[in-house]
Write a protein that binds this ligand. Structure first.
Ligand SMILES: Cc1ncc(COP(=O)(O)O)c(C=O)c1O
Length: 484
């Protein structure tokens, strides 16, 4: 029998839409009762799903029931107020509404003409965001999906500026092409290596500059490394500094590094993917001291600005170089307005692009500058309170300064003597805490020491969650002390 399904009528859309909103509402109502990490084994979700799609269309009720029964139990709940791992990314309701509208309009902003509102709202919101953070007026912005992609584009622009015509001739196209060298700190995010790998720079040619005891890049070592490479006939072309490193949230000195890149004529890119939004706070403006001397900076509103994944912003001082690196207009993409407007497809590898500016606009308007300042300031204050609890506990130690909403620490039970034993203890504690599922924390390694990371950054997080998390950690600590 024929099963002919057609697109919903507007009335049906409303009826089913309410059902979806019911699910969203019930999800948020129940959120805190879910384990942050799902209690599933690899393959559990797949084994509950048929191997092929249905022959005949199904009712939304059946589909939504499977979302509740199969999908939600397999979700790691990033929106959970006890998600304290990595850099927590949470979606505010304003962000969710904007995503819904973005899917509704389904605009594709490859050209101005293919959605003027998408292009112009992107220009306007990126100027607003730039002003909130007091970034230089002459920084031009573009939205990509992730910081990895933003940084890759910045490195591509830096490569383009060398004048080596790699765009046309390729990396192997010129006889005796000098090796291009990129510098970043030992604490830089792996996305910088990946950008260099993608662009044919080669992972061998990414120099990892040592850091000081606060995990900040040592500019004197950077200077020496550049000189050494120049002496060897290599071609330094780009330095990546980080404001808010992934392991410890350390802050490289942009000003000191920019002095060197200025003297050497190197591109300075700043990775502020996590910590960038903190510059909205008057007391943290200093994190961007010297930014006017940088060439580009990446900031991810999907990390600590309550926008759903994904949205990453690249600000760049020389958009024309980015354009030179990427612009390529096929006949079928030419429009009458080309000389008067921004066609964002000219500034990156992708042609099609989603309407991400809508969610940035919604979130900035809904919370307002004061609202956003308030939320970020609270997160930082609670992280510092968590730090104070650690400092007053003889069996714990912090591992790096708390600059934002992230605390790095470890337990040092007095009966353990070596770092190996202490590492094993903290690793087991991490696993036991996360297996229980009430809170989710993550880890890193600092100078060989297994380090726990506790992040305060979610939109649904309150001070009580930090207090609860502390109690949960103490409970597991005391239990493990007896069983270790
Ligand atoms: C400092 C830093 N840069 C870049 C990234 C990569 O972010 P994305 O997932 O948006 O590529 C991260 C991820 O946590 C990060 O911490």
């Amino acid at each position: 029998m024929e099963n002919k399904k057609e697109e919903l009528t507007p009335e049906e859309l409303k009826e089913k839409g309410y059902r979806v909103f019911d699910l969203i509402e019930s999800y948020f109502q129940k959120l805190e009762s879910f384990p942050v990490l799902p209690k599933v084994k690899p393959g559990d979700i797949k084994n509950n799903l048929p191997a092929s799609p249905p022959e005949s269309g199904e009712d939304f009720e059946t589909i939504l029931k499977d979302v509740e029964d199969i999908i939600i139990p397999g979700i790691t709940h990033w929106n959970h107020p006890h998600f304290h791992a990595y850099f927590n990314s949470t979606s505010s309701s304003a962000g969710i509404f904007a995503e819904l509208l973005s899917a509704t309009f389904n605009s594709n902003g490859m050209l101005w003409k293919t959605s003027p509102a998408l292009t112009e709202l992107e220009e306007v919101t990126l100027n607003w965001f730039k002003n909130l953070l007091d970034l230089p007026e002459n920084f031009w912005g573009i939205i990509y999906d992730t910081a990895s992609v933003s940084s890759m584009h910045a490195i591509a622009a830096a490569r383009e500026r060398t004048g080596l015509e790699i765009r046309t001739k390729g990396m192997a196209g010129r006889a005796k092409l000098p090796k291009l060298i990129l510098y970043t700190s030992e604490q830089a995010h792996s996305s910088i290596d990946k950008g260099a790998i993608t662009l044919g720079i080669g992972s061998e040619n990414v120099r990892k500059i040592p850091v000081d005891n606060k995990y900040r890049m040592l500019p004197s070592f950077l200077k020496k490394a550049i000189q050494k490479d120049k002496d060897a006939g290599l071609l330094p072309f780009c330095v990546v500094a980080t404001v808010g490193t992934t392991s410890t949230t350390s802050i490289d000195s942009i000003a000191k590094i920019a002095e060197i890149t200025g003297e050497e004529g190197l591109w300075l890119h700043v990775d502020a993917a996590y910590a960038g939004p903190a510059a909205i706070l008057p007391e943290l403006k200093f994190i961007f001291n010297g930014i006017e001397m940088a060439d580009s900076v990446v900031i991810n509103p999907h990390k600590w600005f309550f926008l759903p994944v994904d949205i990453s912003i690249l600000y760049i001082k020389h958009p024309q170089i980015l354009k030179q690196a990427f612009s390529l207009t096929a006949e079928y993409l030419k429009t009458n307005e080309d000389s008067d407007v921004i066609n964002y497809m000219d500034y990156g590898i992708q042609l099609g692009r989603r309407f991400r500016a809508l969610k940035l606009w919604f979130v900035m308007r809904y919370f307002g500058k004061k609202g956003l300042i308030n939320i970020l300031r609270n997160h930082i204050a609670w992280a510092k309170e968590f730090e104070s609890l650690i400092l007053s506990n003889k069996e714990m130690e912090t591992m790096a300064p708390v600059n934002f909403g992230t605390v790095t620490f470890r337990f040092i039970p007095s009966f353990l003597k070596t770092d190996e034993e202490i590492n094993a203890f903290n690793e087991r504690l991490l696993n036991e805490v996360n297996t229980e599922g009430k809170i989710f924390i993550s880890h890193t390694k600092l100078n060989g020491k297994f380090t726990l990371r506790f992040v305060v950054g979610g939109i649904r997080m309150e001070k009580k969650h930090v207090v609860e998390a502390w109690d949960i950690l103490q409970y597991h600590f005391n239990l493990l002390k007896k069983n270790f």
